[in-house]
Design a protein around this ligand. Structure first.
Ligand code: FES
Length: 103
């Protein structure tokens, strides 16, 4: 199983998290489990609360939006072409060496 290394930026510090494909249900779950973030992922991954907003820079393109993700981001005044909902991002090779900034 290939290791996936994800660089996380939060409050001007950087941390690398090592994981595997599908070790977590989604990126939000991984971030909550490793960083113990308050008020992050409040709807549990339903794509409704918009508390799991992240900016993701990747080498490989990410999966397309589902319509719910795009609608939620726009409803909360985020540009869906600049940020994503971490709860809608699966843990797979597309995230290897990505930099994720928690907004
Ligand atoms: S956890 Fe609520 S939108 Fe992602």
């Amino acid at each position: 199983m290939q290791s996936i290394n994800i660089n996380i930026q939060l409050d001007n510090s950087c941390k690398t998290i090592h994981t595997f494909a599908n070790e977590y249900r989604n990126l939000m779950q991984l971030l909550v489990n490793h960083l113990y973030l308050d008020d992050f992922g409040e709807c549990g991954g339903m794509g409704r609360c918009c508390t799991c907003v992240v900016k993701i820079e990747t080498i490989k393109p990410l999966s397309e939006f589902n319509s719910n993700e795009k609608r939620t981001l726009m409803r909360h005044d985020y540009n869906p072409y600049e940020v994503r909902l971490a709860c809608q991002i699966p843990i797979n090779n597309q995230l290897h060496l990505a930099t994720v900034t928690i907004i």
